[in-house]
Ligand binder design. Structure first.
Ligand code: KIV
Ligand code: ZN
Length: 514
C-alpha cells in the first residue's frame, strides 16, 4: 500500500531558540540549517525576522544557502511582520511565510483584546497579504488546543479561502491529551468544507510530556505535517522531538499510514550540534539521542543482544547516526585523508583556506591525542568554522599552577584587537583562576550562568568539550571550546562567549501580543 508523505517541519531555529538560554548566533543557525538540509527536513523555520536585525539576517542567509528544503519565516498577522518575513525569505529556492494569530477565548480576550470577528478579519487579511509574496503560506491558530471547535472551523475555512496552503493546529501550552487532540484534528479535517485544499499540520508543546504522543495521534487522524525540534528544544518544556516522531514512524510502519524523507543517519550528529550550540545537555536516557539510548547494562539484556540484537533493540544505533567510535585518523593521516573522511561524514568545508585551517587544528590535536574519532572531527570543524578573523579576543596561551593544598594560580595571554595582553590571577580551582585572569584582561562583567564539560569520546585522553553561558544586561550567549586539556577547553569556551557578547543582537519574543 502506498503511503502518504508526512512533511517534517523543523522549528529548532525559531521555537527552539525561544527556550530561555538557547539563543544562537547567525553562524550557528546557518550551521544547523545546513545539517537539517542534509537530513532532508522538508521545511526549516529559520526564525522570526521581525524579532531583531540578527534574526532577519539569519533567515535571509539561510534562505540564500539552503536549496533542498523550504525556508520559512514566522510573522504575526501584522503588516510589518509579514513584510519583514517576505523580505527575509526572498532569496529562497522555496520560501514560506508562516503567519499566526491567537484563537482561544483566553488569548483573544486577555492578550489580543479583540473580538472573535476581528480576529477572523485579521487572519484573512494576513493570509492574503502573505500570498502577495509567496504561494506557500501557512496559517496557525495560536492556542488551538484551548480554542472552541466551531470558531476554529470558521477561521480555518476563511484562512484556506484567503490562500493558506498549510493550516497549523498548535497546542501552544501543551494542554492536550493524545486521543482528544487526535480526535479534534480529525474532526476539523472532516468538518471544514474546504479542508481538502490545505495540508493540516500540528505543533505540540511538551508541558505534560505528551508532545510526541499528541503529534502522532494527529497523524493517525489525517495531519500530514508535524512541527518539531531537534532534542525537543523549545518554549518551556519544549516541542515535539523530531527524532522521536521520525523514528516512531519509521519503526512502526505497520501503524502509521505515512513516511518521511528524513535521512535518519544525520540525527545524532545534528542532535550533538544543537546541544553544543545551545549548551542544553541531552539527558542520558533521552530516546534516540541520549548517551544510554542504545546501552545495555543488565547482564540478561547484554546476553540477549549478543545472541540476537532484536531481543532488546527495536532500532539500530547506526541508523540514527551513532558512530561505533572506531579510530578514523591519526598522527600520520594527511590532508587528503582528512578531506575524504569529512566528506564521508557529509561535512563540506566551504573554501580551501577552511580546509587548511581544519588540517592545522587536526595536526595540533593529533600531536596530543593518539586516536582521532569522528566526533573529534566534527568538533574540530565546528571550532574552525566558529573562529572569525574579526574576533575581538584570541586565546594565545594559558598556564595554571595547581597542587594539593595550594591556591591555583593562572597566567593567561590574550590577543585583544591585535595586541597581546596578559594577566595573572588566583582562583578556587584552575578554571576559576583562568576565568579571573581573562576577566582581568577584558574587564568583562558578564554573569557566568552555565559551565558544563562533556567528554567527546571515551577514554582519559578524550577531548573535553566545554560550554559556557554568559549573560549581560539581558543578553545571553554561549561559548564552546574543546581540548584534551579541560582547563584550556574552558578558556577557549569563555573567550568564544566573550567574542559573541561583543557582537550579538537582542531579539523580540514571537508570542508577544499583536
Ligand atoms: O506554540 C505556538 O503556538 C507557536 C506558534 C507561533 C505556531 O509557536
Ligand atoms: Zn510553539
Amino acid at each position: 500500500m502506498s503511503k502518504d508523505r508526512l512533511i517534517i517541519f523543523d522549528t529548532t531555529l525559531r521555537d527552539g531558540e525561544q527556550s530561555p538560554g538557547a539563543s544562537m548566533t547567525r553562524d550557528e543557525k546557518i550551521r544547523i540549517a545546513k545539517m537539517l538540509e542534509q537530513m532532508r527536513v522538508d521545511v526549516i523555520e529559520a526564525g522570526f525576522p521581525i524579532a531583531s536585525p540578527d534574526d532577519f539576517e539569519a533567515v535571509k542567509a539561510i534562505a540564500q544557502i539552503v536549496r533542498e528544503s523550504t525556508v520559512c519565516g514566522l510573522a504575526r498577522a501584522l503588516d510589518k511582520d509579514i513584510e519583514r518575513a517576505a523580505e527575509a525569505i526572498k532569496p529562497a529556492a522555496s520560501g514560506r511565510i508562516h503567519t499566526f494569530i491567537a484563537t482561544s477565548p483566553i488569548h483573544m480576550q486577555n492578550k489580543l483584546r479583540m473580538e472573535p470577528d476581528a480576529v477572523v478579519e485579521q487572519a484573512i487579511y494576513a493570509v492574503k497579504k502573505a500570498r502577495n509574496y509567496t504561494d506557500d503560506v501557512e496559517f496557525s491558530c495560536e492556542d488551538a488546543g484551548r480554542s472552541e471547535f466551531e470558531f476554529l472551523c470558521r477561521i480555518i475555512e476563511q484562512a484556506i479561502k484567503a490562500g493558506a496552503r498549510t493550516i497549523n493546529i498548535p497546542d501552544t501550552v501543551g494542554y492536550q491529551i493524545p486521543h482528544v487532540f487526535g480526535d479534534m484534528v480529525g474532526r476539523l479535517i472532516q468538518t471544514i468544507p474546504n479542508a481538502d485544499q490545505a495540508i493540516f499540520s500540528v505543533h505540540c508543546h511538551n508541558d505534560l510530556g505528551l508532545a510526541v504522543g499528541n503529534s502522532l495521534a494527529a497523524v493517525m487522524q489525517g495531519a500530514r505535517q508535524v512541527e518539531c525540534t531537534i532534542n525537543g528544544l523549545g518554549e518551556r518544556a519544549g516541542n515535539a522531538s523530531l527524532e522521536e516522531v521520525v523514528m516512531a514512524i519509521r519503526t512502526r510502519p505497520d501503524v502509521f499510514p505515512v513516511e518521511t524523507r528524513i535521512v535518519t543517519q544525520h540525527i545524532v550528529p545534528t542532535s550533538r550540534l544543537v546541544s553544543g550550540v545551545t549548551g542544553f545537555v541531552v539527558q542520558p536516557n533521552k530516546a534516540i539521542v541520549g548517551a544510554n539510548a542504545f546501552a545495555h547494562e543488565s547482564g540478561i539484556h547484554q546476553d540477549g543482544v549478543l545472541k540476537h540484537r532484536e531481543t532488546y533493540e527495536i532500532m539500530r544505533a547506526q541508523d540514527v547516526g551513532w558512530s561505533d567510535n572506531k579510530i578514523v585518523l591519526g598522527k600520520h593521516s594527511g590532508r587528503n585523508a582528512l578531506k575524504t573522511r569529512l566528506q564521508e561524514l557529509g561535512i563540506e568545508l566551504a573554501t580551501e583556506e577552511a580546509l587548511n585551517a581544519a588540517f592545522s587544528r587536526f595536526k595540533d590535536l593529533a600531536d596530543r591525542k593518539h586516536d582521532i574519532y569522528d566526533e573529534d572531527l566534527r568538533i574540530l570543524v565546528l571550532e574552525t568554522e566558529a573562529h572569525q578573523a574579526t574576533d575581538t579576543y584570541e586565546l594565545v596561551s594559558s598556564s595554571v599552577c595547581s597542587a594539593t593544598g595550594e591556591t591555583p594560580n593562572a597566567l593567561v595571554v590574550l590577543k585583544v584587537q591585535g595586541q597581546e595582553l596578559s594577566a595573572e590571577a588566583q582562583g578556587s580551582g584552575p578554571v576559576d583562576a583562568v576565568y579571573s585572569a581573562i576577566r582581568a584582561i577584558t574587564k568583562e562583567t558578564a554573569d557566568l550562568q552555565l559551565y558544563s564539560v562533556n567528554a567527546i569520546t571515551s577514554g582519559t585522553d578524550a577531548q573535553g568539550e566545554v560550554t559556557v553561558r554568559l549573560e549581560k544586561a539581558g543578553r545571553m550567549v554561549h561559548g564552546h571550546g574543546a581540548d584534551t586539556d579541560i582547563v584550556i577547553a574552558s578558556a577557549k569556551a569563555y573567550v568564544d562567549a566573550l567574542n559573541k557578547l561583543v557582537t550579538q543582537d537582542e531579539r523580540e519574543h514571537p508570542q508577544h501580543s499583536v
